[in-house]
Ligand binder design. Structure first.
Ligand SMILES: Cc1cc2nc3c(=O)[nH]c(=O)nc-3n(C[C@H](O)[C@H](O)[C@H](O)COP(=O)(O)O)c2cc1C
Length: 340
């Protein structure tokens, strides 16, 4: 079973992750992990913190001579030294602050922020880099693109940069929608024997585990609701690569809606939970949008989930064991799919 856990706080020394159940013999150059972390860190719309972070990391277990060993992989990413956040009894709207303060019985929102912060997603990217490498060596390719930014339903680089600059100047932030595509997945991953085996439910959980993601669809998604059955049947790609929770050999297509970043330079109204007096929260260092970075994080989160499904289907403790099984299966199922 492939599983992972993360630990660490936004302003702690490091954020850490452990990936357990990953096969041996997978070459994972450190430069690949660094490049993926950089895609997340330097995605468009990020704020000033990202210039401070270097995302320098250490692999302390699970690799030898550039190859995975089959032992749990441990990754630690250094945070830039910035000191602990100051005590604050003013929850920031749109964040975990208020709900977390109620849940853990604290008047200090800073304690909640430390772990609820999206800083943690850097570790998921580092761990997901291993899964992406495994997929890549098996001919499975991941890509993502932002399909809407704020009200712009067809953003170009130029229009996106202009929208981000305008939002920043107004102290505002933007949400958006990204699309994730996976090509080359073998048919037959996931399952229909239980609701929890359905790959759509597993991928939805992986996407909703990313901060700010508020909507998820597979293939035609919400558009399918407005389609007649006859029209839907004419366009099998609307299934988005999943039927009955199982991959069907077509590209997997997911879309996620990302809410606008809640931390506003323009400020937002709140209440001081110590005095119950009105308070204003101003965030000068927030990202202007999370949608581009979230797309990168989603590629890695999906790669981890799909690597788990792949290992369940094909088994094996090393790449040398898994690869011929996948190739043989592709040949066998490919013969059927080619005749449809
Ligand atoms: C990559 C990424 C970066 C983010 N950066 C910020 C930020 O700079 N400021 C902020 O207020 N929220 C930011 N967020 C959003 C918050 O983390 C998120 O809204 C908050 O944790 C509450 O979680 P929820 O939106 O899932 O309910 C970011 C989210 C992601 C995915």
């Amino acid at each position: 079973m492939l599983r992972y856990l993360t630990a660490g706080e936004s302003h702690g020394e490091t954020i850490t992750g452990i990936l357990d159940g990953f096969p041996a013999g997978v070459p994972v150059p450190l430069a690949c992990i660094a490049a993926q972390l950089e895609r997340r860190r330097l995605a468009p719309g990020r704020g000033p913190r990202q210039a401070r972070e270097t995302d320098s990391f250490q692999i302390t277990s699970g690799m030898s001579g550039g190859l995975t060993t089959g032992a749990p992989i441990a990754v630690a990413i250094a945070n830039s030294p910035s000191g602990k956040q100051a005590f604050s009894s003013v929850p920031r709207p749109g964040h975990a602050d208020l709900a977390g303060m109620l849940k853990y019985g604290t008047l200090n929102a800073a304690v909640i922020r430390e772990r609820a912060s999206a800083r943690e997603t850097a570790v998921r990217v580092a761990l997901g880099s291993f899964a992406l490498r495994l997929h890549g060596l098996l001919g499975i390719r991941f890509s993502s693109r932002v399909v809407s930014l704020g009200a712009d339903a067809a953003p170009t680089v130029k229009s996106a940069m202009a929208a981000l600059a305008a939002a920043r100047a107004a102290g505002d932030t933007l949400g958006g929608v990204f699309e994730l595509r996976v090509d080359g997945l073998p048919a037959g991953l996931g399952g229909c024997s239980q609701g929890t085996a359905r790959l759509g439910s597993r991928l939805a959980a992986a996407m909703f585990a990313i901060n700010s993601i508020k909507g998820f669809e597979v293939g035609g998604g919400f558009r399918l609701a407005a389609c007649g059955g006859i029209d839907a049947a004419r366009e099998p790609q609307l299934s988005g690569g999943l039927d009955g929770g199982i991959t069907n050999g077509s590209p997997l297509l997911l879309r996620c809606a990302v809410k606008p970043v809640p931390g506003l330079a323009a400020g937002a109204d709140s209440v001081n939970l110590k005095t119950f007096k009105k308070a204003r929260v101003v965030s000068k260092t927030s990202d202007t949008t999370a949608v581009f970075a979230a797309a990168v994080i989603a590629e890695h989160a999906a790669a981890l989930e799909l690597a788990g499904a792949l290992l369940e289907k094909f088994g094996g403790d090393s790449l040398a064991e898994i690869k011929p099984r996948v190739l043989e299966w592709r040949k066998r199922t490919g013969k059927v799919l080619a005749r449809l």
